[in-house]
Design a protein around this ligand. Sequence first.
Ligand code: UDP
Ligand code: MG
Length: 321
Amino acid sequence: MNVTSLAKPEISLLIPAYNEGEGMERALNTIVNILDTIGNDWEIIVIDDGSKDNTYERIGLYSQSEPRVKGVSFSRNFGKEAALLAGLKYSQGKAVIAIDADLQHPPELIPDMIAKWREGAKIVHAVKRSRNTDSLAKRLAAFSINQIISRLGGINIHNASDYKLLDREIVDILVYQLPERERFFRGLSSWIGFQEEYIEFDVSERIEDESKWSFWSLVELSITALTSFTSVPLRIVTFLGLMTLVLGFAIASEALWSWYHGQAVSGFATIIITLLLIGSFIMISLGIIGEYIAKIYEEIKARPPYLVKSTVGFAEPNGKA
Ligand code: UDP
Ligand code: MG
């Protein structure tokens, strides 16, 4: 190992990749070319999130001719959030940039982000201008999730993406001062505060194939986002209870009134509707409470958020923790 590869680079680029073998080389070429325009003091860390294709082999091959490209491989698919966390831990740069492997995050922004960082910004968010490439359903889902989280959680992640530059100070906070296991990178990096800057970009079409997120992994991410940032849903449970109580009083007094005046107490329809309504309120409430308990359970088990199978290109064997 020569001295330069042991010195800490100025910029670290993190690329989480799940089954991105096909586009890997082109993505790396594009990013390397852009990084070369800003200097040679950088490293690229590709986190292979348990890909089933040849993503990791491609990274290894690339790394042989370009030692500044390194790879971390997970034992299985742990999800993008885990991949980002691993990337942050393995990175050494004074500034760290997270970018998608599918080039939907235009790498041409990298020099601008670095410029803003050099001017003093601690976090540079790349913000989506539009997302026309997604289906209406996905856009609607994304919009409502962002709205709910922004309203309830009190943080603004509207149009936020995971395409960000973080100063080393922020990276250290994210990695070492936030003890939670399940993370929502997008929300956390704006929760932290510090001096933030924004750059807008247009999301381009995914070149290879469709998105690597399944519907359920998006649902899961939204639940993590919600439970991580707000306990308002738990208050909704209390609110539902109060509503039921008021409804109960109304129906009870109506029934008593009828009984007092010798009229038949109104019948089956009322009972069945009330029962179903209250039943569903109870189920929803249990579900909400369940989500929080599940979150507590996950956190308390304290399992590592990911397991590394092997690494390539790092100075020390198997990188670092
Ligand atoms: N990704 C990952 N693990 C996963 C799913 C996705 O590391 O379980 C990576 C993927 O390879 C890509 C990035 O996360 O680099 C964004 O994924 P994708 O493009 O599928 O998501 P979208 O663009 O729809 O947000
Ligand atoms: Mg994408």
